[in-house]
Design a protein around this ligand. Structure first.
Ligand code: MRU
Length: 368
């Protein structure tokens, strides 16, 4: 992804080879600023405060959080503390646990003097793997978009609807749900993206719109409740969303509001696809609707809204009466029966127990 014409990733090692750079996503789209993470606590705070967010990027940040902890103290106690601190940061995106387990496996049985180097190697691998997976998702998703483009009249755009931010900013690079979009755009397919604003944190309005704009992809931001109307009127050719956790039965946890889009898509025969890297699959969860933990976040995120005032200042204002109760569920679970297909690095597969186990037998067997 290019920002201001310069290629950037969402997480990187600084020049000292030890501290970690991230983009402070809480400031976008108004300001592009980077932050240096020097300690385990810095990494944990970045995840909790959503300076970084998005399942794959949370996983990558946690991996480097383990590195930062071991750099300060390579003992068993320090490793256990790092795991406990980071796993507690956010409950729904399973990439966090996946990355922490990978880090544990890479360092736990090594002598202390080898742990730091081994941890940095594994964290770098996790980042490279994320990029390779996302590129493959882009190639497989491209075929879906190409097929739709072939049936459209010449000059007509393929209209894609997406929810939340599952783009470059949610990953190390490239993105998951937006990877097919970027791949198709770069291949010259005329395409336009409906961007759900994604209340309450507005990841669509603030992040997806920003990164699509950086890449030159035509897009329109819509209030979250607009998708059904657009689908009814033939204005959506395909919905592609990301995922924070996919259960063994194909149920998909994603940003709150995804389920309603899937229902509207079903009612209007709009294909509804979920793009996910395999670390987002949790084969230990057999029934996503019943078992995936849903993060409940601060009431302030619903009761207030932040934006840029006319004088350029960033301001937060209250939009809910004092005293009104507020609920803030961060995610919902879309049942597999509403999902047309899962776009994975190993191809587009059905949202079912059988298809997931067939595509990722090593992961399915390991969870038994
Ligand atoms: O709460 P967030 O911003 O971390 O939400 C996660 C997401 O970015 C979305 O749910 C996304 O669609 C899946 S992550 C690629």
């Amino acid at each position: 992804m290019k920002v201001g014409g310069q290629h950037r990733r969402c997480i990187w090692l600084e020049d000292d080879g030890k501290t970690v750079g991230i983009i402070d996503q809480t400031l976008l789209p108004h300001r592009f600023a980077t932050v240096r993470l020097e300690t385990l606590q810095d990494a944990a705070r970045a995840i909790v405060t959503m300076q970084v967010r998005g399942a794959p990027l949370i996983g990558a940040t946690a991996a480097y959080g383990v590195c930062l902890a071991l750099k300060a103290d390579a003992s068993d106690e320090s490793l256990e503390r790092a795991y406990a601190t980071l796993i507690a940061t956010r409950p729904t995106a399973v990439n966090l646990k996946w990355a922490l387990d990978e880090m544990m496996a890479a360092v736990r049985n090594r002598p202390r003097d080898e742990r730091v180097a081994a941890a940095y190697r594994r964290a770098a691998d996790i980042c490279e793997q994320d990029i390779a997976i996302n590129r493959a998702i882009g190639r497989h998703g491209l075929a879906l978009i190409e097929k739709i483009a072939a049936t459209k009249k010449p000059g007509e755009h393929v209209n894609v609807l997406t929810h939340c931010n599952a783009g470059w900013l949610a990953a190390v690079d490239v993105g998951t749900a937006l990877s097919p979009v970027y791949t198709a755009h770069d291949a010259g397919i005329p395409l336009h993206v409906w961007v759900d604003e994604t209340r309450p944190r507005n990841q669509g309005a603030s992040l997806t719109a920003w990164e699509l704009g950086q890449h030159g992809v035509p897009h329109t931001v819509i209030p979250d409740n607009t998708g059904g109307h657009l689908m009814q009127h033939g204005e959506v050719d395909i919905a592609i969303v990301g995922a924070d956790r996919v259960a063994a039965n194909g149920d998909v946890a994603n940003k709150i509001g995804t389920y309603l889009k899937a229902l509207a898509a079903k009612d209007n025969d709009v294909p509804f696809y979920v793009a996910l890297p395999s670390p987002t699959i949790d084969f230990t969860v057999t029934d996503g609707v019943a078992e995936i933990p849903i993060e409940q976040r601060s009431a302030d995120e619903v009761a207030t809204i932040a934006g840029r005032a006319a004088d350029g200042r960033i301001a937060t204002v209250r939009i809910v009466p004092d005293g009104s109760a507020v609920a803030n569920y961060g995610f919902d679970v879309t049942p597999a029966r509403l999902v047309t297909g899962l776009i994975t690095e190993r191809g587009v597969i059905g949202a079912s127990r059988e298809a997931l186990a067939k595509a990722f037998p090593e992961r399915a067997n390991a969870a038994k």
